[in-house]
Design a protein around this ligand. Structure first.
Ligand code: PLP
Length: 416
């Protein structure tokens, strides 16, 4: 209660903005994850790793727009690419040059990508990957996992009532080979796709056991289902995504978030024989339209981001920084009911005893989460309400050390 009262007192302008927004947006909100109580801060400016809110407070942005903000804010090279694209005109209603360049870089880097198509969001990329799988296999069942989030209409976690598209989904427990085996056995003849995040992102930054993913690869081969890796968040783990790190190649991959340079973006692609169905030169091809699929801003920003700012060496460095931060945070929390999970530059805090390796280990702990979130904001750190961090390239070791100090401070007076 005290932390909430302090937050309300410190943020009168954000409070007023929220009340005004709530007159025409349900709950003042058009993106559910951004909401938190008592009201979310309204940000007005962002440069590098820093965010400034309506009341004039500045925060270190540790959320990095849930991984979409990999390049930090207002990166000058991305800005130049966007300005250059604008100079040539937008919405050309025709092919441009950047889409082919971006496709070439992605196919070069990500092992499973032989051919790729662009969309406007990660949600759309996953919807199209599933449509591709059902069309390709002539089957209707999709295997997904507990805790998974594949987009606003493909959600299998426990955050709110899921508004899912009507596919024939079957759900197995993430990281549980025995239970997954039973589900696959029951549906083997009708399995079109196995859709999986190599690490649950929204579901709490829980990495897949490599043996679990290898098992899915084997069962996909055996049943004829397509294995689809949703790397919308995890592709940042290495130049070629988590599939490259693990040496497990899916049939299809979906991408999004930072891969469009911070503009609206999604992509789905994979095996040439599967994706060739979209080739309009082929009789009986599958149509995939979309007014903004090759919008010049995403194509230009995505290409410059990947080639100039995020070569594989930068991916390795960012991964290492995140690994160090997680190790430091877990050392600080040792002996207390706080556990930091994740991999590389993506982390989430959990309250309760560890270890936390599968969704069934998660404790909701809403009060601890809220208190931690409000205290981190009061200390000048912006992270997700659910305790997620996604480091951008602008976050320094000094920022990480300052955050560790703030977490130490929290633990020193946290009564559990
Ligand atoms: N897949 C994963 C793993 C995600 O985390 C998200 C978004 O958080 C999506 C798909 C959906 O992407 P978008 O928000 O661009 O629709």
């Amino acid at each position: 209660e005290r932390a909430r009262a302090r937050f309300v007192a410190a943020n009168p302008a954000s409070r007023a903005a929220h009340e005004e927004a709530a007159r025409h947006l349900p709950g003042g909100n058009t993106r559910t994850t951004l909401f938190y109580t008592p009201f979310p801060l309204t940000m007005t400016r962002a440069v590098g790793s820093r965010l400034t809110d309506l009341d004039g407070h500045t925060y270190v942005d540790l959320l990095g727009d849930y991984t979409a903000g990999l390049y930090g804010h207002s990166n000058p090279m991305i800005r130049k690419a966007v300005e250059h694209a604008l100079d040539g005109g937008w919405n050309l209603g025709a092919h441009g040059t950047d889409e082919a360049r971006l496709a070439a870089v992605l196919c070069e880097r990500v092992p499973s990508l032989e051919l790729v198509r662009f969309t406007n969001s990660g949600t759309e990329a996953n919807l199209l990957a599933l449509a591709t799988a059902t069309t390709h296999t002539g089957r209707g069942t999709i295997l997904v996992f507990t805790g998974a989030y594949h987009g606003s209409v493909l959600s299998f976690g426990d955050s709110g009532f899921p508004l899912n598209v009507p596919h024939r989904f079957v759900v197995a427990e993430y990281n549980d080979i025995a239970e997954t085996a039973a589900v696959i056995d029951r549906h083997a003849g009708d399995l079109a796709a196995i859709l999986v995040e190599p690490m649950l992102g929204s579901g709490g930054c829980l990495p897949a056991d490599p043996a679990f993913l290898a098992y899915l690869r084997d069962r996909a081969d055996e049943t004829g289902a397509l294995l689809v890796f949703d790397e919308v968040m995890t592709s940042r783990m290495a130049g070629g995504g988590m599939q490259e790190l693990l040496g497990i190649t899916p049939d299809m991959t979906t991408l999004g978030k930072y891969t469009g340079g911070g503009m609206s973006f999604g992509a789905f692609g994979g095996r040439a024989d599967v994706m060739a169905r979209y080739d309009p030169r082929r009789p009986g091809h599958v149509a995939h339209a979309g007014t903004f699929n090759n919008n010049v801003l995403s194509m230009a920003a995505g290409y410059v981001g990947l080639t100039e700012l995020f070569p594989p060496s930068a991916a390795r460095e960012l991964f290492e920084r995140g690994e160090r931060l997680r190790a430091d945070l877990n050392a600080i929390a040792a002996g207390r009911p706080m556990v930091w999970t994740g991999m590389g530059s993506m982390l989430t805090v959990h309250f309760g005893p560890g270890p936390v390796v599968s969704p069934r280990d998660l404790r909701p702990a809403p009060e601890d989460r809220e208190l931690f979130h409000l205290e981190m904001l009061a200390s000048g750190f912006h992270l997700a309400r659910r305790g997620m961090i996604a480091l951008s390239l602008e976050i320094t070791d000094e920022d990480c050390a300052a955050f560790c100090d703030a977490v130490s401070g929290f633990l020193s007076h946290w009564n559990v």
